[in-house]
Write a protein that binds this ligand. Structure first.
Ligand code: NAP
Length: 240
């Protein structure tokens, strides 16, 4: 049987991806802080969902949970990292900035490394992380969120490079970069090109199955990404 872990499976993209995995026959370790939501999900397929309460800001707990899941499943072919937060924070409230960094940078790094080292030992596995189109530029309303996503993207690329150290070529790193998806996370008031959760998750799941290196979700964000990469900072400052 195939086994997976979804970090951040209580809601949104993670919850939807976990459901697709269960439908495809996986046993899935689902994690997050809201235990009650995890138990409600488990009740829909008790034999395939396995619940672990976890706050990714608590590094020791994340390590312990990861070890418990590996012990339970013995091998894991897929780790999906969906846990993330972001705020509109024009006042640069430190609590919000710090919280974002602890979740999206510290917590993410620990999960990336735990997954990578497991896959190195196993000789196979796929690490998927939901970064964002936000990784491409700075933003004056949500500096820590946009910077944390740039960090994630660069760390994932480093792991992709590092995967050449693993004999056999069966370790894959997949960086998913959504635009706006209709979840509790979607930041901002003037949201355009918002993809439904179902549409975005379907495209993400397809990209995971195809073991893509990176993908923009939905496809139309490829065009925005191209523009974002060439627009000079002075123009961004003027219009954004
Ligand atoms: N929605 C968008 O427009 C969009 C666009 C680009 C990228 N993304 C990225 O997609 C990812 C998933 O977000 P979503 O849109 O699906 O929003 P969501 O429904 O709010 O999901 C976020 C998930 O992260 C978990 N999480 C947050 N803080 C955590 C912590 N400290 N410890 C453990 N789990 C934590 C939440 O679980 P608990 O609260 O139960 O802990 C929840 O399961 C995020 O990384 C987000 O940045 C979203």
């Amino acid at each position: 049987m195939l086994n997976a872990i979804v970090f951040g499976a209580t809601s949104g993209i993670g919850k939807q991806l976990a459901a697709y995995l269960v439908a495809d026959g996986y046993r899935v370790g689902i994690t997050g802080r809201r235990l009650q939501l995890l138990n409600t999900i488990k009740a829909t397929k008790p034999s395939q969902y396995f619940v672990w309460e976890n706050d990714v800001q608590d590094i020791l707990n994340t390590e312990a949970v990861f070890k418990q899941i590996v012990d339970e499943f013995e091998s894991i072919s897929l780790v999906v990292h969906c846990s993330g937060i972001g705020y509109e924070n024009p006042e640069l409230d430190w609590h919000k900035e710090y919280n974002t960094i602890k979740t999206n940078v510290l917590g993410a790094t620990r999960i990336y490394d735990l997954a990578f080292n497991l896959f190195k030992k196993q000789g196979f596995g796929q690490l998927v992380s939901i970064s964002s189109i936000a990784s491409l530029r700075g933003n004056r309303f949500s500096p820590s969120y946009f910077a944390s996503k740039a960090y994630q993207v660069n760390y994932l690329e480093s792991l992709y490079f590092k995967s050449k150290e693993i004999v056999g070529g069966k370790v894959y790193i997949t960086d998913i970069r959504p635009g706006y998806v209709d979840t509790a996370m979607a930041l901002g008031n003037d949201i355009f090109w918002m993809a439904s959760l179902e549409k975005a998750s379907r495209q993400i799941y397809l990209a995971i199955k195809r073991k893509k290196r990176r993908v923009y979700i939905s496809k139309r964000w490829n065009f925005i990404a191209w523009i974002l990469k060439i627009v000079p900072s002075w123009l961004m400052k003027k219009v954004m």
